[in-house]
Ligand binder design. Structure first.
Ligand SMILES: [Zn+2]
Length: 298
C-alpha cells in the first residue's frame, strides 16, 4: 500500500556531492522536496558551508561532509535565508563553525523561526521527525549592509543581500574567482518560485525587488548558478525565474484593470501559467504568486 500524499523524508544524502569548480562542492538536492542544494567552498585557510538542510541529523551529516573536505581549515557557516529546509540544521555547527547571518535574516529568524518550525512540523510525519530535535541558532557574527566579503584564504566569497524579496533576509553567495553563484530560493530551477504569502502571518515578499535582485545577479555574469532547489546550470536559471515573476505580475495587473476578482484570476490565469511551464515542479505555488500580486493592486 502506498500513500501518495506522504512526502519522502527530507534527508540530505551527502554521497550526492559534486565538485562543480575547483574546491567548490555541492551536496545536490536530488530533487527531493524540502532538501536544498548545499555548498561547501574551500579556501586555503577556511571552508565555507552554505545551508544545512532541515533538522539536526541533516545538519550533522553536512558538518561531517564539510569536516572531511575542510581538513584543518576553519569552518564558517552561512545561510541563504531563514526557511527551515535551508537553515534548521545550524545547531550542529554551533561552536564548531563561525556562523554568519545578515542582520535582516537574523531578525527574521528571531521573529518567525518558531512559527515556521511549528508550521513545518504540521506538514507530515517525515518532516516532523526530521525537525523533532531542532534548536534555532543565533549567529556568532552579523553583518549589516548590502555586502560582506569573506576571505577564505586565496579566494573570497561575497555575501550579498538586497533586503526583502523571497524573504526579508535573502542572501546569495558569489565566488568571483570561478564565477559560481549560490542563490538560495531567489532562484530555483524548473520550479515555480515559492511565494510564501501567508497573510496575515507572513507577508514579507517583495516581487518588484525580487526582479531587481535577479537582474543584479545576472549582471554578475555567473558561469555556474547553484539554485536553492533543482539542477545546477548557468544564468538561464536566473532569467527563467525573473521572467516568470515579471509575467505573473503583468498578467495580474492586466486582469485587475479588467475588473477581475482574485478568485477569477486564480481560475483563469492559474492553468495558463501552469501550461506555459509544463516541466516545472510544484505548481501549487502559482496561486500564491497570483494572490500576492493581487494584493499589490489594492
Ligand atoms: Zn525559501
Amino acid at each position: 500500500m502506498t500513500d501518495q500524499a506522504a512526502p519522502p523524508a527530507p534527508d540530505v544524502d551527502t554521497s550526492a556531492i559534486r565538485e562543480i569548480a575547483k574546491g567548490v562542492f555541492v551536496i545536490t538536492d536530488r530533487r527531493v522536496p524540502l532538501v536544498p542544494n548545499i555548498g561547501i567552498v574551500l579556501g586555503e585557510t577556511s571552508a565555507l558551508v552554505i545551508d544545512t538542510g532541515m533538522g539536526n541529523a541533516n545538519g550533522k551529516a553536512v558538518l561531517e561532509a564539510a569536516k572531511k573536505l575542510a581538513d584543518d581549515r576553519n569552518l564558517i557557516l552561512t545561510l541563504t535565508h531563514f526557511h527551515p529546509e535551508h537553515g534548521y540544521g545550524a545547531d550542529a555547527f554551533k561552536s564548531v563553525a563561525r556562523i554568519i547571518y545578515n542582520k535582516a535574516q537574523a531578525d527574521e529568524l528571531a521573529d518567525k523561526g518558531q512559527p515556521y518550525l511549528d508550521m513545518f512540523k504540521g506538514m507530515g510525519p517525515t518532516v516532523a521527525e526530521a525537525l523533532a530535535d531542532t534548536t534555532l541558532v543565533a549567529a556568532d557574527e552579523l553583518y549589516d549592509g548590502a555586502e560582506h566579503i569573506l576571505d577564505l584564504g586565496g579566494r573570497t566569497a561575497v555575501l550579498k543581500t538586497w533586503g526583502k524579496a523571497h524573504t526579508r533576509g535573502d542572501q546569495v553567495v558569489y565566488l568571483p574567482d570561478c564565477r559560481v553563484l549560490f542563490t538560495g530560493d531567489l532562484a530555483e530551477e524548473r520550479t515555480f518560485p515559492i511565494f510564501p504569502w501567508f497573510p496575515p502571518d507572513d507577508m514579507d515578499i517583495d516581487g518588484a525587488n525580487w526582479i531587481e535582485v535577479l537582474d543584479d545577479c545576472l549582471a554578475l555574469a555567473p558561469e555556474i548558478v547553484v539554485p536553492g532547489h533543482g539542477d545546477i546550470d548557468g544564468g538561464a536559471i536566473l532569467t527563467d525565474v525573473r521572467d516568470y515573476i515579471a509575467d505573473v505580475a503583468a498578467l495580474v495587473k492586466k486582469a485587475a484593470i479588467a475588473g477581475k476578482s482574485k478568485d477569477e484570476m486564480i481560475a483563469e490565469l492559474g492553468p495558463a501559467i501552469r501550461a506555459a511551464h509544463p516541466d516545472w515542479h510544484f505548481p501549487e505555488w502559482i496561486d500564491f504568486a497570483i494572490r500576492y500580486f493581487h494584493a499589490q493592486q489594492a
